[in-house]
Design a protein around this ligand. Structure first.
Ligand code: ADP
Ligand code: MN
Ligand code: MN
Ligand code: MN
Length: 336
């Protein structure tokens, strides 16, 4: 069956903190019953010299579709409109150095039996792009100090609720497992949670959910900042806590086992921090619900620790752990 489709190809560029890029392809696609799977979508290419992925005299990079979603943020009424998440490859068929998804795929090979689940809490700040300040902040000075904003209710303490709720609905429409959202500690700072899902899937979901958020923000003249410490001083930064468990942790666990997992995370602390986002040292100061970047600690219900053992996990010594160190701007393919 032949279907006229609008395909928004998404990929990550070559910046140190990757940005999502996209371009649109209108095409007829042959599939069995008109419903698309990623195998039905052809490869495409782009100019890598404009995304820090190639030089101008050898600029072609390859887009390989890896995951497909219904496009919930197409403002036109095009009937078959999809988001196509891609990995970037070199012309010779090798993964491009910026393609950290391919490294994650490799790292996960043979780990299906572990039944790893991951859930990511994405914090972000809605910005007024003309003023370069968080939305609803005064032109000069600061809004009232932190206190009532977190899970706040009321026009004096909450801005952009509609954006947060539209975002949740669009993600769910695209079958992205978004499981919650809340206003955060700073005015115009929000959070949503994705998962739990398998390692590669949760990262794909997070990137597509970030894309959806940017497009919705565009449509109301706002933009999204993932800066981990946007406002210096007595204002919370933004993180992207990674919650994780294996089948064994969920079903068997044990106090010693949970301690072992935490201690082994501690042994790789520096390696982890190197993959948890640029500028994270501004955020991990040991205050504002963080542990200092040079310290590693874990503890039950402790939001000042690197790893929090949620109360529900500590109670029966089984369940999941929360890594509070990753910054809001981390690339999940590297961090996970
Ligand atoms: P908090 O703000 O208290 O840290 P949230 O409710 O914001 O917690 O986020 C919890 C996250 O944990 C969600 O992303 C959810 O998908 C994830 N999660 C829940 N249960 C598990 C589990 N068993 N394994 C891995 N992740 C989990
Ligand atoms: Mn949370
Ligand atoms: Mn939070
Ligand atoms: Mn958390």
């Amino acid at each position: 069956m032949r279907t006229n489709c609008k395909m928004e190809y998404l990929w990550l560029d070559g910046y140190e903190t990757p940005n999502i890029r996209s371009k649109t392809r209108y095409m007829t696609i042959e599939s069995e019953d008109g419903s698309m799977t990623v195998k039905d979508i052809p490869e495409w290419g782009f100019d890598g010299s404009s995304t820090e992925q190639a030089s101008g005299n050898d600029s072609d990079c390859i887009l390989k579709p890896v995951s497909i979603f219904l496009n919930p943020v197409d403002s036109t009424s095009f009937p078959n409109s999809y988001l196509v998440l891609c990995e970037v490859f070199n012309k010779d068929g090798t993964p491009h150095p910026s393609n950290h998804r391919s490294s994650l795929r490799e790292a996960c090979e043979g780990t299906d039996d572990l039944e790893m689940w991951l859930g990511i809490e994405q914090e972000y700040t809605v910005m007024d792009p003309e003023k370069g300040r968080p939305y609803g902040w005064p032109d000069m000075g600061y809004p009232q100090p932190q206190g009532r904003y977190y899970c706040g209710v009321g026009g004096d303490v909450v801005k952009m609720r509609d954006l947060a709720h539209q975002h949740a609905m669009c993600c769910l429409d695209s079958k992205i497992p978004l499981c919650g959202a809340n206003a955060e500690v700073m005015l115009s700072q929000w959070e949503y949670q994705i998962g739990p899902a398998s390692p590669t899937n949760v990262c794909d979901y997070l990137w597509v959910s970030r894309y959806i958020l940017e497009i919705l923000a565009e449509s109301v003249g706002a933009s999204i900042s993932l800066d981990p410490k946007l406002i210096k001083g007595d204002w919370n930064g933004s993180g992207a806590h990674i919650n994780f468990s294996t089948k064994f942790m969920r079903e068997v666990g044990g106090k010693d086992y949970i301690d072992d997992v935490c201690n082994s995370l501690g042994e790789s602390h520096e390696d982890h921090i190197a993959n948890y986002g640029v500028g994270n040292e501004q955020r991990l100061t040991g205050t504002h619900e963080t542990q200092h970047i040079n310290e590693f600690t874990y503890g039950e219900s402790d939001r000042g620790a690197s790893i929090r053992i949620p109360h529900s996990t500590a109670e029966g010594h089984k369940g999941y752990l929360e890594d509070r160190r990753p910054a809001s701007n981390m690339d999940p393919y590297k961090a996970v």
